[in-house]
Design a protein around this ligand. Sequence first.
Ligand code: ADP
Length: 408
Amino acid sequence: MSHVNGIIRDVSRYKMVELQLRDSEEHFRMMFESSPDGLAIFDLPITRFMCNHQFSQMFGYEQHELQDSPWQKLMRVPDNAVHGRMDRLMREGNIDFNAILFTKLGKVLYCNVRCSRFHTSHGPRYCAVVRDMTDRRTLEFQLQQYSQKLEKLVEERTQELTYYSEKLEQLVSERTAKLEAMNKELEQFAYTISHDLRAPLIAIEGFTELLKDELADALTDESAEWMNIIVNSVQRMNHLISDVLELARIGRVVGEKVEVNLNQVIDSIKQEFQIRMEERHVTISVPEPLPVIKTDLQRMRQVFQNLISNAIKYNNKENIEVAITAEKRDDNMVEIVVRDNGIGIPEASQKEIFLLFRRLQTGDEEDSTGAGLAIVKKIINSLGGEIWVESTVGEGSAFHFTLPLKAE
Ligand code: ADP
């Protein structure tokens, strides 16, 4: 009788492990091949070299061509230079470097190479991740070149601009100097002419008076009236000449700048105008205290005298109101406003009234020559400020002017 011995072994567990192994290898291969970077796995010294499609394509080799001395082929450096790197990798387990690598056809690629060690049952293995940085480097290089070009361009333009702005400044200062000289000449001319005109006027006035006395009995009523017209006209001419002289003086004679308390200036003008104020029922109010500013006291008095006098003169209200306010501005200037409830000024004439001898009313008040506001404007401008008017016909006017808080 023969026996057959059989061993039955349950291999389902082995089968399972084998399947799992195959699965995990499949996963690994899939990840290995789908990586956007070139990947290579090798041992050291190299006996086996495996790379993905990305890697071989990057360098234009068939995979099998890289089995033998792959790094020497890619780096095109002597063996010992590659050995140095590989020794370091063996020692340290990790290296990261940028290198110039060559394709099979000799094209240069700027690559970043990161190698790291991992352990297998057959001993240590190394994985290299190679990233082609050529495009990025070229882009960086171009960018650097563009930025250098741009910098150069900006520098050139800045130089050009500085050149032109200096030229412009020079031109402006030359023109300003010329204008100032012409202005001075003109003022000197006005001064001399006015001065010279006075002498014959005095003669006309004096001799007319003499004639009047001399011919007193012989004069008819009509010719006596003519004599009076001559004397009045001469006096008016005298006023006009005084105003021109005054205007010419403002540019020529600059007064000392002192601390001027504007409240005191207004108080003294109120005293001066007392009779006129009572006659015409005038109230001059200063709702908030005015500041102390460093300026020319006499000129400041002249400005307020003129503006307040006009506020009374060009007013047909029963009760005349004049208010003076001041506000400090951010630019170190103070803005002062003299406001009245007078007849107002039509918008079309609001600039014109600051011109010499420009009058909107043709009354023949003795002190009205049309020079007052021209003088005020010249004073304000010479003290470093501006003047303008805001007004509504029938309601009143507000004369605004600015002045530096501190003298330069
Ligand atoms: P005038 O010697 O005639 O007063 P100004 O130069 O002082 O000369 O003023 C010029 C003109 O501006 C005046 O004739 C008047 O018509 C007008 N004017 C000036 N101030 C006022 C005011 N506060 N209200 C209305 N009109 C004014």
